[in-house]
Write a protein of this length. Structure first.
Length: 246
């Protein structure tokens, strides 16, 4: 069994993908003391992303690629995580905006059995973030809205730097409906409703000025997702994973 499967969901990322994978292959062996695999999850790219992903797979034993015919980061993560044989499943954005030194602290509580999910937080005490005032305000308002409307205790639901133990993933993923950007938030809300433990790691994060995320469309989709979760039952019929005891 692989210890860690790092999934990189990509859509039309032919420019950034090679740099991302090269950096991960260079830095992760120095920062993460366990074996790992990198999975490129191409979700319906229309440029040369898939070809590049397949070339990287042929060139590196630790890299594999999966092609998904439908666009959507959440759908890609759900599909890849559902069939992975790794003990811990993680994902990070292809731009690697989050400092990779946070990976070991992110994964450690999952391997020890202390937590079920772990998330990078740009709003937790100790985080260091470089981004525009507009993105900062939107992020803070969104997370305040989540806490007020859904009763979450998460400081930053949208940071693209998360990990989950496979046991927790297999229990939660069948209940996650969103296939887009709201996937992260829904996963966390369902985890809290199921009584699972979420560990937050303050991260160093630098905004990618070339990000292609449509902020308005994403915000509207998030609002629809929040409304749907408010209408759903307050608890899930999901049994918490067994704890590791010392």
């Amino acid at each position: 069994m692989t210890t860690l499967d790092v999934v990189i969901p990509v859509y039309n990322e032919e420019r950034d993908l090679p740099r991302c994978v090269d950096r991960l292959l260079t830095e992760l062996p120095k920062l993460f003391p366990h074996d790992f695999r990198i999975t490129i999850a191409d979700n319906a790219s229309t440029d040369h992303t898939l070809q590049i992903a397949e070339n990287l797979t042929r060139a590196h034993d630790q890299v594999r690629s999966v092609h998904l015919p439908r666009k959507g980061r959440g759908g890609a993560l759900k599909e890849v995580w559902s069939v992975s044989d790794a003990e811990v499943l993680a994902y990070m954005d292809v731009d690697l905006s989050t400092d990779l030194r946070a990976l070991a602290p992110l994964v450690a509580p999952l391997l020890s059995g202390h937590s079920d999910l772990a998330i990078g937080s740009r709003l937790a005490h100790g985080a260091r973030v470089v981004r525009s005032a507009k993105r900062e305000v939107i992020s803070r308002c969104y997370n305040v809205l989540l806490r007020a409307s859904l009763g979450t205790h998460i400081t930053d639901a949208q940071c693209g730097f998360k990990a989950i133990h496979a046991r927790a993933a297999h229990r939660l993923l069948p209940h996650v409906e969103d296939t887009g950007w709201f996937f992260d938030t829904e996963l966390l809300v369902l985890a809290q409703r199921a009584g699972l433990r979420v560990h937050e790691v303050p991260v160093d994060w630098v905004e990618d000025p070339d990000s292609s995320v449509d902020i308005l469309a994403t915000a509207l989709a998030d609002l629809r997702g929040i409304a749907r979760l408010r209408r759903s039952t307050p608890a899930l019929p999901v049994t918490a994973p067994e704890r590791v005891t010392a």
